[in-house]
Design a protein around this ligand. Structure first.
Ligand code: AMP
Ligand code: MG
Length: 533
């Protein structure tokens, strides 16, 4: 039964709860869990829905440790209870946040945590963590949807958040994945074929889940008081390095968010991650990857690729567009912060420098991918020509960069081409023209590494810590999902373990360092993902 009174537990799990968001910021005065517009408030109190038969599917032990949960506690019924939504921790007051956002380029008004419920904030080892259940039932922000999540999308979020963390990409984390025991109806491809799927809840963890949209909603309602309160709160806890006052403080804040966002996107481009739904409500104010929905990983290098079928026509959120969209989103954030600053110029200046700074950071990142030490005036051209050549034939991005690291200064272009051959999806179809183009680029690259001060070993070391060997390819997640649907969680654990060491050679896991199999080319969940989750 949903919305029973929750049992309050205290016995184990000595989590240090130190709530700030729901203590220092204005709450919705209406405490009924009804769908509505919520005004002059940053959040609404709401308790998770009680699952009918919860069970723990998977836990990230590193995350548990980071928030102060000991390994023996993972098996306690309290753990399952709290992180499936059945129990509410003593001293906490769960809540859903109010935010708005631009979806696919248009202002969508109030959105909010429609199926995310924040449990509270834990402080451990001087680090603040907000815990949030996703899929734990309806909230005042659920609009027309059910507040629930299915196992399929929850596995994808759980595995990918942890994988991204281990890749060194700024991200929200995932503590746990539970089944609720309830059935959830979803029409995966939006084609009129709804089916029941297993309901699930992920416990996400981050310093904060505040998004660009949290600021936008107040600006859109001309509620400068709440806007200021939220901004001051965010700076106080998450940007404490900002010491200035008045409008300078907000200008510094915008610049800091811009820097973090820029670096997050550089990381995405480095590892070949496509977010899929870069709406402003899915942009963390901390510059972390948030909301793993129809995301995907580039297999063949294609700047025009998006995994999100909902965006198939426009491809607004395609791989190559992510840097530009981040800037567009920052422009929306600038508009939202404008009332606190009252002057457009400093915001425009910041947005202008985004392009220059992004270019510099991107070039630096690409030079690391190529293992180059000394900067060379020809590098920009070398990078551009590589991107062009990579796009000519279907070439696996991840495999290509790992194989490229095997080149040595003495190689000629023929040997070099042989070394990267495994990265081509259909090497037998490469005609002379493509081969020649590749040889030309490889010959430029060989000359370039001969001019560089790095030894072959140094270069390989830099490349192999920049270019992951193991990423969560879409078909890998799908295999974990298919098995989990049948009650077998071993692939989830196997992938979780492999993806903790994405840069290391793992001889026993070579089978996951492979091109996407042919069966996955057009399969739902592998090459096509909808927002249905
Ligand atoms: P997303 O596209 O997943 O970022 O979601 C956009 C908005 O829809 C957010 O406000 C979500 O909380 C909300 N939302 C998505 N799925 C659901 C759902 N099943 N139930 C309630 N709200 C949802
Ligand atoms: Mg979202």
């Amino acid at each position: 039964m949903a919305y029973e009174i929750h049992t309050i537990h205290t016995i184990l799990m000595m989590l240090t709860i130190q709530d700030t968001f729901n203590k220092e910021l204005p709450a919705d005065k209406n405490t009924s869990n009804t769908r509505r517009q919520v005004l002059q408030a940053c959040y609404s109190f709401v308790t998770p829905r009680i699952p009918s038969n919860p069970s723990v599917v998977h836990v990230s032990k590193e995350m548990a440790e980071a928030i102060g949960i000991e390994s023996f506690e993972l098996k306690q019924p309290q753990f399952k209870g709290i992180f499936s939504g059945a129990l509410v921790m003593k001293g906490t007051q769960p809540y859903a946040m109010c935010y708005g956002g631009h979806q696919f380029g248009s202002w969508a008004g109030q959105l909010g945590d429609g199926r995310a419920i924040n449990l509270g904030e834990v402080v451990h080892n001087n680090q603040r963590w907000a815990l949030q259940l996703k899929g734990a039932g309806e909230t005042p922000y659920s609009r027309t949807a059910d507040g629930l999540a299915v196992l399929r999308s929850s596995i994808r979020e759980h595995l990918c958040s942890e994988a991204m963390f281990h890749l060194g990409v700024p991200t929200t984390r995932s503590l746990s994945l539970c089944l609720t025991g309830d059935q959830v109806m979803r029409d995966v491809m939006y084609d009129g074929n709804p089916e029941y799927e297993k309901g699930a809840v992920v416990c996400r963890v981050a310093e904060s889940f505040i998004r660009f949209g949290n600021f936008q909603i107040f600006a859109s309602r001309k509620d400068d008081v709440t806007l200021k309160a939220l901004t001051d709160y965010t700076i106080k806890y998450f940007y404490p390095e900002i010491k200035s006052e008045g409008k300078e403080k907000y200008i510094a804040f915008f610049n800091a968010v811009l820097d973090r966002t820029l670096h997050m996107v550089v990381h995405w481009q480095r590892v070949g991650f496509v977010h899929g739904v870069m709406n402003t409500d899915n942009m963390s104010i901390l510059g972390q990857t948030i909301d793993y929905g129809p995301y995907g990983w580039l297999e063949d290098y294609n700047k025009d690729w998006t995994p999100n079928t909902t965006d198939r026509q426009q491809k607004r959120y395609r791989f190559g567009n992510q840097p530009g969209i981040a800037q567009w989103n920052l422009f929306q954030l600038a508009n939202a912060l404008f009332p606190l600053i009252g002057e457009a110029k400093p915001l425009e200046d910041a947005l202008k420098r985004y392009i220059e700074d992004f270019t510099v950071a991107y070039q630096e990142m690409m030079r690391s991918k190529l293992g180059l030490q000394i900067e060379d005036t020809e590098d920009a051209k070398l990078i551009e020509q590589l991107e062009e050549t990579l796009s000519l034939t279907e070439t696996d991005m991840t495999i290509f960069f790992r194989k490229l690291a095997d080149l040595v200064k003495e190689d000629d272009q023929e040997i070099a081409l042989k070394k990267i051959r495994d990265a081509f999806y259909q090497p037998e179809l490469m005609d002379d023209q493509y081969q020649d183009q590749w040889k030309e680029w490889l010959s430029d690259y060989i000359q370039r590494i001969n001019r560089d001060s790095f030894s072959d070993l140094d270069r390989k070391a830099l490349m192999n810590k920049t270019n992951p060997k193991y990423v969560l390819r879409n078909y890998m997640a799908q295999l974990a999902i298919d098995a989990a649907d049948k009650g077998d969680y071993t692939i989830i654990e196997e992938l979780h373990q492999i993806l903790k060491r994405p840069y290391e050679d793992q001889p026993s896991n070579e089978k996951w360092f492979a091109k996407r199999p042919e069966w996955a080319r057009h399969k739902v969940g592998c090459s096509m993902l909808s927002c249905s989750s």
